[in-house]
Every structure is written in C-alpha cells, then in structure tokens.
Design a protein around this ligand. Structure first.
Ligand code: ATP
Length: 790
C-alpha cells in the first residue's frame, strides 16, 4: 500500500505539470475575443430573425446554394442558427445565450476568476427555460416568442397539471428566482415602498413653497389638495396618508441587487519582510542556523556501557507462589471483615505488586481503607499501601512489596525507547512505575522539583538519576548545573565536569557550593540572571526561553544587542533543611522569587531535604513546587507536608518513591545509579575538550558591602581573638571558616566577621569572594591587638 502511494505521487505531480486543460494567457485572449464577437453575431442574427424569418425559412434547405441570399443580418448562417435556437429552441429567451457567451468571452479575455461565471451560466439557463415556458404559456398565439421548447414543455406540463398547474409552477419559478437571485424578501419590498413614499413626500414639500398656486393647479401632483403631508413632530417621521388613484402611475420596480455578481480575485497578501528578517535569512543562508554546540562540536555524549546493569539481565522474575500466597491472604483478611471480593488482578512491578480488587456490590470503600493496618499485619509485610479507589479505574489497589525486589538500573531506563525518543526539553528518567513502564518527565514542565525522604532512603541516588538523565541527553551548551552540597561529599564527583556543565559565580574557586553562606550570593546572582534573561526576552518579544533560543538560532537576534544563546540552568540543593537552618529567611526570599518567576526563563530548581517539616518546606515554597517526590519518610505528618497525602511513610525505602505533579500520586521505583557509575560518566565527559571556564553567573554584590561597621571594643564577641587568629592563620576571611573552626552559628560568625572588619583585620565584603585578610601573620595580629590595649 505504502509503496503504491509513494509510486503514484510523482505521477500526480507530473500530470500537474503538464495539465492539458490549462490554457495559456495568449490563447485565453484569442478565445475570449472570438467568443465576444461570436456572441455579437448571434445577437444580431437572433434579433434580425424576428424580422426576416418568414422569408428566410424557405432558404434553409438551400444553405449550400450560393446564389440564394437570406435577409438575416448574418445571411444564411444567421438564418440557420437563429432557426435552430429561436424557432426550434427557446424563442425570444434565446437572446440570453449570446449574453452568456459574451460574458464568458469577457471573462476569458480579462482572465477573471471562473467561479462567478459558472453561477451566471446556471442562472442564465434557468432564465432561458423559465422565459421559454412563460412565453409558451402566455403567448400561445405567437409561437416565435416561446419557441418549440416553450411550446412543447407547456404542452407536456399542461397534460399533467393543467393550465392552473403550469401557472402556479411559473409563479413558483419567479419567486424562486426573485428570492435566490435578488434576495427579495417581504420586508425588503415593504421597506422599498416606505422609502419611495418618503422620497415622494420630501419632493412635494420642497416643491410646494416655490410653486405658485396657478402652477399647482396646472400640474397634477397625485395628491389631494386637502391631504397634506403629515409630519409626525414627535418621531420626525413623515407620512403620506393616502395616495390617490394617480399614484397607480408610479411603477414599482423591485430594487435589483447588482444583477451579476462580480467575481473578485483576492490577491494573496505578501507580508513585506522586515529588514531584520531579511538579514536573518541571509545570515542563515550564508552560515546556516546558529549552532550553540559548535564550540564543543566534537563533544561525545556518554555511552550506555558506562552504566552498570546491576545484575539484572532480564525483566522481573515472577514468583507464582508468592503471588498466590498474597492473594489468598488478602481474600482471607477481607473475608474476616465480611468484605467479599468479586474480582482480583495482580500487576507485578519491580519492588511492589499491585493487587487490584473489585469488592462485592454494596461494600463501602472507606471500610477497606480503614483496614489498611490490619491487612498489612496479616500479610506480615512492610510498606503496604492501599489506594481506594484507584483514580480513573473504579477498583481498589493494594500494593504489596515483593519479597525480592528487582533493582531498576539506570542503564535500563536510559536505554528505554521512551527516554531515548523523548522529545522533551529536559527529560528525566526517574525509574519504573508499578506496571514496569519507564517513567520519564520533563523538568522544564515541572518546573521545579521538591524531594524529601528520611536519611538513607535514596535521595542522593535520586538526585544522581536526575543529573545522569540530563547528562545523557543534553549537550554542555544546552544546560548548566549549579550544585549546592552542604554535605560536601555527595556531589563532589561532578567537579570533573565543571567546565562543561557547571555554572559558578565569578572569582569563586569551586563550582560546587559547599558553604551555605555562599548559597545566598549564588541565589541572588541567579535572581539577577533571571532579571537579565527577562529583559532579553522582552527585547526579543518572546514569551519563554525556548522561543528565545529558536529565534536566536534563526539569527534573528543580534549578539551586539546583548543577545546570546541561553542554556537552561538547573539549581540543585541537596540539603535544604540545613540551608534554611543556617541562613533562614535570607535564602527563602530568593528561592521563593526564583520558584515563582524562573519557569519561563529556563531556571529550574531541584531541592532535596531530609526533614520535610513545615518550617523547612514553608507554604510559599510548597506553593511553587508543584512537582514533588517523596522517598520513605518517618511519619504520616511528613508525608502530608511533602505530598499533601499520606503514603510516603508506608514506602519500603531503597528508592521506593511517590511522585506527584498535582493530584495523582504515582509509585515509582527510582532508578539506581551507583557512585562508581557517576564517576565513570563524569570522567568520560571531563576528559573531553571543555570550555575555558565554567559558565559564569552575574556578579552579585551584597547589600552590606562597603559599609564599614563601627564596633565598640567592649562589645566585641568573646571569641573575637580566637576568630582573628583563625582568620590570620588560614589567610582566608570567611565567616564559614570561623563557623567550622570555632563551632559557632552562622549569625554569630557573621557578627564576628563584621567586628574583624571594624578592627581592620579583614577587608570589606567583596560579593562572592572571601574577604581579604589585611594582617599577614600572627606577630602583626598580636601587635595590633596590643595596640588596642587588649
Ligand atoms: N533506587 C535504588 N535502588 C536500589 N537501592 C537503592 C536505591 N536508592 C538508594 N538505594 C540504597 O540506599 C542507600 C542509601 O541511598 P542514598 O545515599 O541515596 O540515601 P539518602 O537518602 O541520600 O541518604 P542521606 O540523606 O543520608 O544522604 C544506597 O546506598 C543504596 O544501597
């Protein structure tokens, strides 16, 4: 079939090219003029036929005889053709034929659209028949008016319907023509009469004062003298109350709405190309579309063999015994509570098996839901989750963990066609659902992700799965990560891809942020980046990053105006609770701002936390993170905080997770990617040619920079001296250093730094950079403090 179709295609185009019916413009002019002239000839011969037919009729058989001459204007030709059309045809109505032919000629001559012409022909022929029958009916005595067709048709119709029937048919024909062709409606006719009356009365009124009484007498006005034109003073409507008999002289003609509908040729509007478009298309023609990946044109995406299969070669192994056992237990338990089951079905997933049950009619769902703990007890298994009812299915689901869970390897999900073929901006393969389908979502659509789970339940593996997915799908030019890792060990492996995939503040040494104080600067810098990007989007008159980049690739945005290809930025914060504890409100504000506004400009946040308590995941943060993942948590309250539903406390850990992006909660087994695998991937990418620097974020200069604080020596912190020593020894003016070495809180360390600045030991705040230490060694410090009288 497909073959056939593809074969027939070129043929069709070939015939299209050589269309035999297509008449060239010259031929159209020739043919058009021929038709016009022919129609004129016809017209004259038809008209003159009426004056000469008696004489010419006898000559019809003498057509070839050159000595005989007909009286018709077009001689024997005219006599013959007129005889055919007028006498044997349609009578006087045949005059419509030359009109139609003439019109066709004009259309061809001028090359007008043929659509309107067809309509005219249809109406013309209808008229031809109607007139022919009408003349045949009314002018029986003069058969030349109706022609043979008119006569015969009358005869035929009258045999069946009688005279009255034919008359009614003719009236119907007339109404049909008036309504369809001239759009005549009763209201239209009434309106016409009204306007005519108005005109009349106006004429009378204007004529009256100028006229002498004598003249008035002489000229019949058609209105009785006494009957004045009444002017309704209220509505200003003028009325003529009665028209006298003479009014009959006025002929009423129905207004004809332009009899012939003029065919209009609509010329295609060709948008004038804007100067910028012309330039852009020229640039694209010359250089091709802008390719952001060109700078690292030889970049090779990580290969699948860098990932481990984790001993899982085939699919899930089904343990029939276990299935039967669980089924029996469920049926029995429910029976104990007098709940009968009409049907039961099992779907085996990698970690849990879903038993879908249809209870007997009349059983209340809440009853089963309340038995959750009892069922779990009788099945002697952890992690039973009851979904009553399963959304969109009308059944009740009981998820029972498998005795031997199957590890879902990252390799299997990355290799899946669902992920490979995913046409998403930022595709993430999380793992497999309960029905063993690969679960792929678009981070760009989420647009931010909140992850929570008690320690050791698979959060870090989850984060790695997210990052790995993106590394397998995205070129270094397309996405940049900002990694915040207070635990300092989880994400260090990504240091190797710093110059490929990471973004950092200018002058900061490490791309992966492990110091909570620096997070604030990074977040604020991201806010600046966000504002800058919005500005660029506004200038480019586009609504989101995708449109912007498409426009930029098409070379419609001039880099000289500050436009550049904008990569997606993914900010990953591993231990959010820790960040909130140390930096509090200072981070919450920029995070909330980013979460609220950054979706359109391609900045996406992934925030993971161990403690999903309400003071960490505040309302404002929750409201802006519609996509949430819960690994196993310790309490129902935590589950509610993160998912707005319970269930996360029932998970079995080791990557067993619940995902929600709104209402539905999906249970997924997170793909497992081990640290050595991440090491191999980062090694593979890191060993390739990279950009000279990590992607640079805009510089952020803190509000308090440059403000030299004056502290009274008496008010100095008790740990001031120790802090000064720490700073001078390390030659690094950072609050976090004091925090770590002296085990102080963030706020206190910050205050000490300010006091050190006031004492002239460290320099002023320099944005993301550590403050400069102004004292070179311990001896100088000692001297300074002694001078102060301490
Ligand atoms: N998807 C998974 N499949 C199989 N095992 C997993 C999975 N995820 C995690 N695990 C197991 O759980 C262990 C702990 O996981 P992970 O380090 O991700 O926990 P975590 O939640 O990050 O803990 P913490 O918050 O303390 O860092 C892993 O070492 C691994 O053995």
């Amino acid at each position: 079939m497909a073959k056939k179709a593809s074969k027939s295609k070129p043929k069709a185009t070939a015939t299209k090219k050589r269309n035999p019916f297509k008449i060239s413009k010259q031929n159209k002019i020739i043919l058009g003029s021929l038709l016009i002239l022919f129609s004129i000839a016809l017209f004259f011969s038809f008209v003159s036929f009426y004056f000469s037919w008696e004489h010419d009729q006898s000559l019809l058989s003498e057509f070839k005889n050159r000595n005989e001459e007909a009286k018709n204007l077009l001689n024997k030709f005219g006599a013959s053709i007129s005889h055919f059309f007028v006498y044997k045809g349609f009578g006087i109505a045949s005059l419509i034929l030359p009109v139609l032919l003439c019109l066709t000629g004009i259309y061809m001559f001028l090359g007008l659209d043929k659509k309107g012409l067809a309509k005219k022909w249809i109406w013309g022929l209808l008229f031809l028949i109607w007139f022919s029958i009408a003349f045949g009916f009314f002018a029986v005595e003069s058969p030349l008016l109706g022609g043979l067709v008119g006569y015969e048709m009358n005869d035929f119709l009258q045999d069946y319907t009688g005279k009255i029937g034919v008359l009614l048919l003719l009236i119907f024909g007339l109404i049909f023509i008036l309504v369809r062709l001239f759009n005549v409606t009763p209201e239209g006719v009434a309106e016409y009469f009204k306007s005519k009356r108005k005109e009349l009365s106006a004429d009378f009124r204007s004529a009256r004062p100028a006229e002498d009484n004598d003249i008035e007498d002489d000229i019949p006005l058609g209105i009785d003298d006494e009957e004045q034109v009444l002017v309704d003073t209220y509505t200003h409507k003028e009325e003529i109350p009665h028209l006298n008999k003479e009014e009959d002289d006025f002929k009423v003609t129905v207004p004809k709405e332009d009899e012939e509908e003029l065919a209009m040729e609509v010329e295609q509007i060709v948008e004038e190309p804007e100067e910028i478009d012309v330039l852009a298309s020229k640039l694209v023609d010359d250089f091709g579309e802008f390719d952001p990946t060109l700078e690292l044109g030889n970049y090779k995406f990580p290969t699948i063999d860098l990932l481990d299969a984790h001993g899982v070669s085939g699919g899930i192994t089904i343990n029939q015994e276990e299935l039967e056992e669980n089924k029996d237990k469920i049926v029995e338990t429910l029976k104990n509570y007098k709940i009968g089951i009409a049907q039961i079905k099992a779907t085996i997933g990698p970690t849990v098996t879903l038993y879908e049950i249809v209870p007997d009619a009349g059983i209340r769902i809440s009853k089963i839901k309340n038995l959750e703990d009892d069922i779990a007890l009788s099945l002697a298994a952890l992690g039973i989750r009851i979904i009553a009812p399963i959304p969109g299915k009308g059944t009740i689901g009981i998820e029972v963990p498998n005795k031997n869970a199957t590890v879902v390897s990252m390799r299997s999900v990355i290799a899946s066609s669902k992920f490979q073929k995913a046409e998403m901006e930022l595709p993430i393969a999380f793992g497999k659902t309960i029905s063993n389908e690969t679960f792929v979502v678009d981070l760009a659509k989420m647009p931010h992700l909140l992850m929570a789970g008690a320690t050791g339940q698979g959060k870090s593996v989850g984060l790695n799965a997210v990052l790995t997915s993106l590394l397998y799908k995205k070129h270094p030019a397309e996405v940049k990560f900002i990694l915040v890792d207070p635990k300092k060990v989880e994400l260090t492996l990504y240091n190797k891809i710093e110059r490929h995939f990471l973004a950092k503040l200018p002058d900061s040494e490490e791309a992966i942020i492990t110091d909570n104080t620096k997070v604030i600067n990074t977040l604020n810098s991201l806010c600046i980046e966000m504002d800058n990007r919005y500005e660029l989007l506004k200038l480019a008159m586009v609504r989101n990053l995708k449109e912007y980049n498409t426009k930029f690739k098409a070379r419609k945005l001039n880099p000289n105006d500050g436009h550049k290809y904008l990569p997606y930025i993914v900010l990953v914060i591993d231990e959010f609770a820790d960040l909130i504890m140390t930096a509090g409100k200072e981070v919450e504000t920029p995070i909330a701002r980013l979460a609220q506004l950054a979706r359109a400009i391609g900045i996406h946040l992934i925030v993971a936390t161990q403690r999903p308590s309400v003071n960490v995941i505040t309302g404002i943060i929750k409201a802006n993170f519609p996509a949430r993942i819960a690994f196993r948590v310790t309490s129902k309250i935590d589950s509610r905080t993160i998912l707005d539903a319970q269930g996360a406390d029932q998970l079995i850990g080791r990557g067993d997770m619940l995902y929600t992006q709104g209402n539905d909660v999906t249970r997924i087994q997170c793909a497992f990617v081990d640290t050595p695998e991440v090491a191999k991937i980062t090694e593979y990418i890191g060993s390739q040619r990279a950009y000279p620097e990590a992607h640079e974020l805009p510089e952020y200069i803190g509000e308090d920079s440059g403000t030299s604080v004056d502290y009274d020596i008496e008010d100095r912190d008790k740990m001031f001296r120790e802090a000064a020593e720490v700073i001078v020894i390390a030659q690094q003016g950072s609050a976090s250093l004091i925090q770590r070495k002296l085990k102080l809180g963030y706020n206190r360390a910050g205050r000490i730094i300010d006091q050190l600045e006031a004492a002239g030991i460290v320099g002023p705040f320099e944005g993301s950079k550590a403050r400069q230490v102004l004292i070179p060694d311990m001896a100088s410090l000692q001297q300074l403090l002694d001078n102060e009288g301490l």
